[in-house]
Design a binder for this molecule. Sequence first.
Ligand SMILES: Cc1ncc(COP(=O)(O)O)c(C=O)c1O
Length: 441
Amino acid sequence: MAFCPVTTQRVDPHSQGSTGPELRVVRPRRAPPAEAARVTRAEVNLAHVRHNLRELQACLQADAEAGPRAQAAAVWCVLKADAYGHGAAAVATTLERAGVAGLCVALLEEGMELRNAGVSCPVLVMGGYWGRHRDGVEALLENNLTPVVYDEQQIETLAATARYLYSGQRRQVDVHLKIDTGMGRLGVREEQLGGVLGALRAAPELRVAGLMTHLACADAESLAETNEQLARFEHTTKLVRRAGFTPSLRHAANSAALLRTPRTHFDLVRPGIAVFGVHPCPASPGEAARIPNLKPVMRVLSEVVALRDLPAGEALGYGHAWRAERPSRIATLPMGYADGLSRALFNRGQVNGEQANRGQVLICGKRVPVVGNVSMDLTMVDVTDIPGVSVLDEVVVLGEQRGRLGEDAISADALAAWSDTVSWECLTSVSRRVPRFYRHP
Ligand SMILES: Cc1ncc(COP(=O)(O)O)c(C=O)c1O
């Protein structure tokens, strides 16, 4: 990844056009795989991205046909954090060609990256923080990104910048108003709604095109909290409409909500993890939505770069945290925690008096345990039970492998369970020094 500094002029909308010192917006750029020499890499299957989009659209269509809705909700895929680590530009252009209605990101920089990649569909910037200076707001508008708003200051700055940029034009900027119905992160709370609606009324440069909320517990066993949030969202919608606003796009659903209950679908849905082939939660019996056949998009691979035979009793790795209980064959992979392989994959704890090795990788189609502490660039695995392992053998850290001894797969969920986290973190942790190779079968 290289950083490409782009210079923009700072503009103070209150100063009738005077410009201040130059500020810089930094746009991240990923090193193309062709420049990558290392054997550790991620394969991203773009055909599976298209497949997963179609599966989600089919679920929405089925739910619409089964219920009172006139038409299925649109899909606006969430591609924040470099499309959950898969590479935002490639995933976005694939989704756009496959007919996605819109895309969502967290950051201004992420939205700009999509525009620079030639994406022309609506892009919602959900974070709502564009830096302390107005050049961020300008960049937002110049790139035709749709901001999410939730406080008065933000609304005033946006309106003033729009007034400055589009003076003399009858042009309105679409915004989505975010309501905090129980997530407690971003969004207007009901007691602040009067002030925010007042600021919007005083800003004819802005048009409230969308009304959104985010669900905190859509993947929980019980949907009680989700129902509570939905009730608050309906109530707030009435208040917003009563104040004269007519948002035509209401939205609340992440992947779990989309799959679990059509009540969350409204006009559009915002799936992230499901687009990348990971089920957000186990399906509960009796839930309306059918379970789609999602296909994992990312495989993470490496190779054996060294082999050694350790006698029983010899220790290895930082802190000598693992000691061979039998004569052992150890393979070294050129992938470590700086690549996204969590140190939690090796657990020094004892279970029933035995060393508990949590993490596993695939070699020759068989699982082998991670041994010793994962280091920054390297990881060791015990291949004693895999006959004939040699240097250059493929190692799969995430995804499936068909090898001479069988076939198996390591899911993002398994990796997450071994490292005490969630699959979202496993995917987004695959770092920028792991080159992405795209497959378009
Ligand atoms: C506001 C918002 N909407 C939608 C999503 C997508 O969530 P998921 O990846 O669970 O589908 C996220 C992700 O965290 C989010 O922050």
